[in-house]
Write a protein that binds this ligand. Structure first.
Ligand code: PMT
Length: 223
């Protein structure tokens, strides 16, 4: 996007999957590489913003000029994000947060015993939904990773979680979603579809998303 377009704006981005521990050597996670969120953080820096990137475990290096906060679990990510909400103008939640975590984290390595083992999971807090409840001046962008009925599910999430924009990601489509360098997304606001983007690099998706946000943020003069 246009350099300087996000000057003086404080941008908080989440990226990557969360890691939910089972015991000292085992955990549950998902396929998020962090690429989408890191691309957004990088592009926001280029557009002049002060950027904090809250990232689950990812192999990617910290982008230049970003304040990096590394976390593991959904509970860690919640704390890192909510403690920075007041001092953010734009919040973008590209992270794939685990919906559930093991009900108990075993202190010792779980021993192999019977032929089956049942792991009890309990629900994690929904960070985006909490942001939607707490937000004041903040412009909030959520993501929705779906494998069917993208429009319906994305709009439902936008409304339930009180986001300003939602990025619908049909993760079953070729070239879209987890791990790759490209994505295919549709962006929605309260009134419905804003833009359906053809396949392109995550960097280009990031730029278009930030331009849409900059056109709408209440903290940017002229909007
Ligand atoms: O990291 P990459 O490999 O580049 O992959 C990118 C991506 C596919 C992870 C990304 O484009 C994406 O779609 N991210 C959202 C993934 C997701 O978890 O979607 P969801 O539909 O389950 O969640 C909806 C929204 O609520 C998301 O903004 C999510 O961050 C948020 N959420 C979900 C659960 C929870 N407990 N707390 C949350 O804040």
């Amino acid at each position: 996007g246009e350099p300087g377009r996000l000057k003086d704006q404080r941008v908080l981005v989440t990226a990557g999957g969360t890691l939910e521990r089972i015991d000292p050597v085992r955990y549950i996670t998902n396929d998020s590489s962090g690429k989408m969120g890191y691309a957004i953080a990088e592009e926001a820096v280029r557009m002049g913003a002060a950027v904090t990137l809250v990232s689950g475990p990812s192999a990617l290096p910290a982008p230049n000029g970003v304040e990096m906060v590394r976390v593991q679990s959904a509970l860690d990510m919640r704390e890192a994000v909510l403690s920075r909400l007041d001092t953010s103008d734009l919040v973008i939640k590209a992270a794939a947060v685990a919906d559930y975590r093991p009900a108990v984290v075993a202190e010792q390595k779980i021993k192999k015993k019977s032929d089956s083992l049942t792991l009890e999971l309990i629900k994690n807090p929904d960070i985006l939904q909490e942001i939607g409840t707490l937000k004041k001046h903040q412009f909030v962008i959520g993501f929705a990773a779906e494998t069917e009925r993208l429009d319906e599910h994305a709009l439902d999430k936008l409304n339930r979680k009180n986001c300003d924009l939602i990025v619908g990601n049909n993760v079953s489509q070729a070239g879209a979603g987890f791990s790759g360098d490209t994505n295919v997304v549709s962006i929605y606001d309260r009134n419905g579809l804003v833009e359906a983007l053809p396949i392109q690099s995550k960097k280009d998706v990031a730029r278009k998303l930030l331009e849409l946000a900059a056109d709408r943020m209440p903290t940017i003069a002229g909007n």
